[in-house]
Design a protein around this ligand. Structure first.
Ligand code: ADP
Ligand code: TPW
Ligand code: MG
Length: 593
């Protein structure tokens, strides 16, 4: 516990820096600042993502002085996204620290994103004087932040007294990581930081959370019901979602898949949980297996829009809302997830590690692999689709297309399977997901459940800081723009990040025109922009790549040197499609349908 000089009153402004106040007759006292830091440390939190300002500037300095990593961003949204993905990668809550009202609001999108994606994260924001805020007397950055955070957070807490900091942080940690993980808001009013107390008393108020994410063992009859269903299947299919990747029980999942011999689909961020080149991978035959399968085992994947809500034509239903006739088994930690879209015949509620290992033991040794008719049919489709794709990838047109550029990225990722891949955009996202194979778990991080733009650079920073691995980001030119200023952050911390901007001059395509001839069309950007020059302003390496040879050389060099690099990949502006793969979700397309 740090020793600080006592302040005249709890309202006294904090010293500008921890060093600034000369310790006159040090007394063993502590304050709100140090209690927050000690509580985080006590719970194994070693990194904070944020942006300084009143009232948390000194907290950011002290965090650093006390040995935590304080990663300082240019916009709170990026810091928040970084915290959310750090939570996903580590199973510990990612911490985002912001100032009051506007800083808090900038971080709020990421908090909502964490909750939506089931990532554990804590947004800690400083706030203004409660007495003034609640009477709406116009305080500096006045806002009732707790009330605003509640609807988008899994839980929200406020601490008013320094002796409650330990409880506040313990509750925030438990709420973030237990059960279905999510985003938690922790409101720390400015007054709290300067409150002092006797250090020994302060220490005794802190809580080291025991077993923050307790195992949840599935009921034996639920497991038996699921296995009975699976055993009777003629055309079984496993769908792995990012919950399965989050759970970090990779060997168990692999054994379950391989022991049963059931073909599987990996959702975007579950790619690499088993290598995409695995013989049971059915991704290349997705549109065949979804409508054909008779029993589907979902592991950590929700039947939301990304899986067409488990019904409609994708699943073999007659109309767009019709059930396709398949039975579902759903493994999930949330007991409320089952039946959210279609009937779940066998819910298995528990943590994925426990559920998968119970199922694995339950299948025993006499398990019959799925009928060859089913697996052969899948392999035939796969073979055809892979051959067709190989043909397209082998072309090397000028200018580059998404395919020819991504063929390079595909090779580079294959040669560097430990690298983290960050991905956002529309075409830049969809083509990367289908073209670039992943080989290891939790290496692909992307737009997630919302298909959100703006996660890019925040994810790059977190991925590099947390894993220490090379990061490769494949970014649409529009997507990149949402967080582009964070290339300064990447350069400042000297992170091994190679950003490839797939520059097709706009959102989806660069070809739209304003029918009146007055303005640029809403979807287009400055033609032939040189994104590579942005990073040069901060001492990073910028490369303009007009050919696949230039792109390959630049990526190889970035990985060899581990220097922050931004490659402007010049892509044919006519190559993309509207909304990438989700054109059908546009209202106009629906009207036509
Ligand atoms: P995807 O987008 O990859 O399909 P989703 O985000 O829709 O994945 O689904 C993830 C699911 O995983 C959520 O329903 C969540 O409750 C569940 N989940 C997350 N962590 C665990 C865990 N440790 N054990 C069990 N289920 C989990
Ligand atoms: C926060 C809507 C979805 S995809 C996209 C936007 C604006 C950009 C697509 O252009 P990009 O990719 O990145 O150049 P490409 O390869 O197709 O040209 N605001 C937020 N999130 C979303 N999803 C949008 C807007 C959108
Ligand atoms: Mg674009």
């Amino acid at each position: 516990m740090a020793t600080v000089t006592p302040h005249a009153s709890t309202n006294a402004p904090a010293p500008a820096t921890p060093q600034a106040a000369a310790p006159v007759q040090p007394v063993e006292t502590t304050d709100g600042f140090h209690l927050v830091i000690e509580a985080l440390k006590l719970n194994g939190i070693d990194t904070v993502f944020g942006l300084p300002g009143i009232p948390i500037t000194d907290l950011t300095r002290m965090l650093q002085a006390e040995g935590l990593r304080m990663i300082s961003f240019r916009h709170e949204q990026s810091a928040g996204y970084a915290a959310s993905i750090a939570g996903y990668l580590t199973q510990k809550p990612g911490i985002c620290l912001t100032v009051s009202a506007p800083g808090f609001l900038n971080g709020l999108t990421a908090l909502a994103h964490a909750t939506t994606n089931c990532f554990p994260m804590i947004l800690i924001s400083g706030s203004s004087e409660r007495e003034i805020v609640d009477l709406q007397q116009g305080d500096y950055e006045e806002m009732d932040q707790l009330a605003i955070a509640k609807p988008v957070a899994k839980a929200a807490f406020r601490v008013l007294n320094a002796e409650d900091i330990g409880v506040g942080i313990a509750r925030a940690i438990r709420a973030a990581v237990s059960g279905r993980p999510g985003g938690v808001y922790l409101d720390l009013p400015a007054k709290l930081f300067a409150q002092t107390m006797d250090a020994a008393t302060g220490r005794s108020t802190l809580i080291q959370v025991v077993d923050p994410a307790p195992k949840q063992i599935p009921a034996a009859d639920a497991v038996a019901r699921a296995l009975d269903l699976l055993r009777g299947a003629k055309k079984p299919l496993i769908v792995l979602g990012k919950g399965a990747a989050y759970a970090q029980c990779d060997a168990d999942i692999r054994q379950l898949v391989e022991k049963t011999g059931i073909p599987y689909l990996a959702m975007s961020m579950a790619k690499g949980l088993l290598p995409d080149t695995h013989p049971q991978a059915a991704g290349a035959a997705r549109s065949f297996v979804l409508p054909e399968a008779d029993v589907v085992l979902l592991i950590g994947a929700r039947l939301n829009w990304l899986l067409s809500h488990g019904k409609g034509k994708t699943w073999g239903g007659k109309g767009h809302k019709d059930w396709g006739g398949q039975k579902f088994i759903q493994v999930d930690i949330s007991p409320q997830e089952a039946d959210s879209n279609v009937r779940i015949d066998a819910p298995v509620v528990g943590d994925i590690g426990s559920c998968v290992s119970a199922m694995r033991s339950g299948i025993g040794s006499g398990w019959r692999k799925p009928p060859a008719e089913w697996t052969d049919a899948i392999n035939e489709r796969k073979g055809k689709n892979v051959a067709k794709m190989a043909e397209t990838l082998a072309k090397d047109p000028s200018p580059m297309t998404f395919h020819s550029a991504l063929n390079v990225v595909r090779d580079i990722v294959k040669a560097n399977p430990e690298a983290m891949l960050v991905n956002e955009g529309a075409n830049a996202l969809d083509f990367t997901r289908s073209i670039v194979d992943m080989y290891k778990p939790r290496k692909r991080i992307d737009v997630g459940t919302w298909g959100i733009m703006g996660i890019g650079m925040g994810y790059c920073v977190a991925a590099a800081v947390i894993t220490g691995q090379q990061v490769i980001a494949v970014e649409g030119d529009s997507a990149f723009g949402f967080s582009g200023m964070e290339v300064e952050t990447i350069c400042r911390y000297g992170l091994p990040v190679c950003i490839v901007v797939m520059n097709n001059n706009g959102v989806y395509r660069g070809t739209d025109v304003d029918p009146t001839g007055r303005d640029p069309a809403p979807t287009v950007f400055v033609k032939n922009a040189r994104y590579d020059r942005i990073i040069e302003a901060f001492g990073g390496v910028g490369v303009n790549a007009a050919t696949t040879t230039e792109l390959r050389r630049a990526m190889e060099e970035a990985i060899r040197t581990r220097k922050p690099t931004l490659i402007n990949a010049v892509i044919d502006e006519t190559a993309g499609t509207e909304s990438g793969r989700i054109t059908s979700l546009n209202p106009a397309a629906r009207k036509k349908a």
